[in-house]
Design a protein around this ligand. Structure first.
Ligand code: CMX
Length: 435
């Protein structure tokens, strides 16, 4: 069977031809417009980016290369005895658009094991970070330090042809994905535990290896980690982490720079950091409630308290989605299957009943339903990964698979440097006064 790189090389010519034809025949067709409100409003729903790896429907949620999350859970290869997809499979899917065979996924797992391992200076750098430094800052800084390894940067210096940029971008992508579990685990073990991380195990898949490095040994948690690392990979191209990676990469900054930029964006509370905020908020509620059961009305009062103080309800709302996030739903299903009686899960379920009507009544948010971040924390807590400040790092490890696969396609399609036009308020005022 062809390797990932060989398969990609087979797929690429037809795809490039398709894009060439599309541009030749329809290059002047309009796909989106931008109003004054949209320019001031974060360019919401302006269609102006090409991202091949996934597509988000406001009602249905994400499709990875055309496949919904339940379809991915059904079709992607699993670990022996497992039921959740292996993240190696979604890496293959996002890159090629094809569901890989078990053998292809195993081969990719082995390739990632071979690429694992960190230079000593990165290990000692992480060990010397102050413990108060946020784990997301540590993650971006460590990835930037690793940039010295970039094969794309080296190839570019050597004057490699534009049509071959994708090859070293793919090499960097696989290297980064392979090395991230150790980086992330080292951050975790150094900040919260004894600083020791076991070497990668050639007989384990990527997610199970990550769990061993973090210090967890439960097969059920391995299953959760596989699911978690699969569903957080990609959410089309306009979200902050994906767009930042794409934008920085468009300057031909290598994948290390580009991904580190994406991680700086993921660290914002309106984006990835929301999962940390959700857990703090939920535990806070749990503490206020104490050991008793409360009615939905009483819980609603507590939610209103936060809203009236001007805070958002973390984990609810979305810039694009208008229904419950399917990434929320599949985590809820995992919880119903494995931890139906966990008190914190019961509270999260009650929040799911109570918050949407409250947000609807408040009437501000366009989407009162929960997003991916509203559910991940409770699962991690259950399996003993309790340090919420760390949660966004897990999101970031997964997101590498999506944003870097997309970056490989940016280079395959030889997309140019991104440079939209900006305007001033003064110029707008002048323009519309005249008309
Ligand atoms: N709680 C309270 N108010 C909310 C809200 C929430 N969960 N979500 C949106 N609103 C408010 C907005 O703050 C905004 O208020 P103002 O008009 O006073 O500024 C209004 O509703 C309209 O916002 P919107 O158009 O519905 O939402 P946006 O597209 O601007 O923002 C998002 C989307 C996700 C940033 C927002 O819903 C939010 O802040 N949610 C909470 C944080 C969160 O869960 N983020 C994670 C998203 C998923 C991810 O990227 O990881």
């Amino acid at each position: 069977e062809p390797t990932l790189k060989e398969r990609l090389a087979q797929i690429i010519p037809a795809k490039i031809e398709e894009v060439k034809q599309l541009k030749a025949e329809h290059g002047d067709k309009i796909i989106g417009t931008c109003t004054v409100s949209q320019a001031y409003g974060g360019m919401r729903s302006v269609k102006s980016l090409i991202t091949e790896t996934s597509l988000l429907d406001p009602e249905e949620g994400i499709r990875f290369r055309g496949f919904t999350i339940p379809e991915c859970q059904d079709k992607l290869p699993k670990a022996k005895g497992g039921q959740e997809p292996l993240p190696e499979g979604i890496l293959w899917l996002l890159l090629t658009g094809e569901i890989p065979s078990e053998a292809q996924v195993q081969q990719l797992s082995k390739d990632l094991v071979k690429r694992a391992g960190l230079p000593d200076f990165v290990v000692s750098m992480i060990k010397n970070f102050p413990k108060e430094m946020h784990p997301m800052s540590q993650l971006s800084a460590a990835v930037l330090a690793l940039q010295t390894n970039s094969k794309f940067a080296a190839a570019y210096q050597e004057g490699v042809k534009k049509t071959q940029y994708w090859e070293s971008t793919l090499e960097d992508t696989l290297d980064i994905v392979a090395k991230l579990p150790e980086i992330a685990a080292l951050i975790y073990r150094t900040v919260y535990k004894d600083g020791k991380v076991p070497a990668v195990d050639a007989n384990l898949d990527w997610a199970a290896n990550f769990n061993r490095m973090l210090g967890f040994n439960s097969h059920e948690f391995d299953e959760l980690m596989r699911l978690y690392l699969t569903i957080h990979t990609d959410h089309e191209g306009g979200n902050v982490s994906a767009h930042a990676t794409h934008l920085v990469g468009s300057a031909l900054s290598d994948p290390y720079y580009s991904y580190a930029a994406g991680m700086c964006g993921l660290a914002g509370p309106l984006h990835g950091l929301a999962n940390q905020e959700v857990l703090s908020w939920t535990l806070d509620l749990q503490q206020k409630i104490g050991n008793k059961e409360i009615t939905n009305d009483q819980l609603a009062d507590l939610v209103w308290e936060g809203l009236n103080a001007g805070r958002v309800v973390p984990g609810f709302g979305h810039a694009v989605l208008r229904k419950t996030d399917p990434r929320y739903t599949c985590q809820r299903e995992f919880a119903l299957k494995h931890l139906p009686n966990d008190p914190l899960f019961k509270l999260v379920s009650q929040i799911y009943d109570v918050v949407p009507p409250v947000l609807t009544k408040q009437g501000k948010t366009k989407n009162p339903w929960p997003n991916v971040d509203a559910h991940s924390g409770v699962l991690l807590q259950y399996y003993g990964l309790k340090e919420h400040n760390y949660y966004t790092v897990l999101f970031g490890v997964s997101r590498a698979i999506g944003v870097l696969s997309s970056l490989v396609w940016d280079r395959i399609l030889t997309l140019p440097i991104e440079r939209p036009k900006s305007i001033t308020t003064e110029s707008l005022v002048k323009e519309f006064k005249a008309s």
